[in-house]
Design a protein around this ligand. Sequence first.
Ligand code: HEC
Ligand code: HEC
Ligand code: HEC
Length: 99
Amino acid sequence: MKKTVLCSVAFALVLGFAATSALAAAADVVTYPAAKAPMGKVIFNHKAHSTKLGDCAKCHEGTPAKIAMNKEAAHGKACLDCHKAMKQGPAKCAECHKK
Ligand code: HEC
Ligand code: HEC
Ligand code: HEC
């Protein structure tokens, strides 16, 4: 009996792990703290961007995975370059940084 319970638990864990990996999706909304600077946090709506842009490759090279973020990336090709190029999305400080 004890063995059966343990087996079920292990099985559930494996299933759970498989499901998580298969769905390794980004959170709908990511908040970048930008807390060290007095700029205020930046909210990135991954879901809205994906839907609007329709193509993961607009931001991801190869298999979509986590994109490292810092000031240089954000103010360059990870965020701002695209807003400028498309003339859509915020380009002013306070439109991205919210206190
Ligand atoms: C506008 C740019 C953009 C588009 C379009 C986009 N992503 Fe992302 N994606 C990002 C950024 C930025 C991150 C990093 C978010 C974070 O820090 O968790 C990310 C993270 C991810 C992650 C990693 C999540 C994690 O925490 O490990 C996955 C998976 C992912 N995206 C899948 C996709 C898929 C699939 C699509 C297409 C349907 C897509 N993305 C479209 C910008 C984008
Ligand atoms: C490949 C192009 C592209 C990239 C890369 C991109 N954006 Fe955008 N973003 C857009 C477009 C297009 C809109 C306008 C969407 C609309 O008005 O429906 C937008 C809108 C926004 C908005 C206002 C609407 C909202 O979702 O609140 C914010 C804030 C924003 N982007 C932040 C970011 C941040 C932060 C990053 C980097 C992590 C980023 N964007 C990367 C194309 C991009
Ligand atoms: C397209 C959105 C966007 C715009 C426009 C933007 N930023 Fe940022 N900024 C970001 C993101 C995203 C980060 C990364 C935050 C992090 O790494 O947690 C960032 C980081 C920073 C940081 C570093 C914060 C830290 O603690 O390391 C400073 C300072 C900053 N921005 C100032 C500005 C100023 C000043 C402007 C206007 C000239 C501006 N930003 C415009 C999105 C934006």
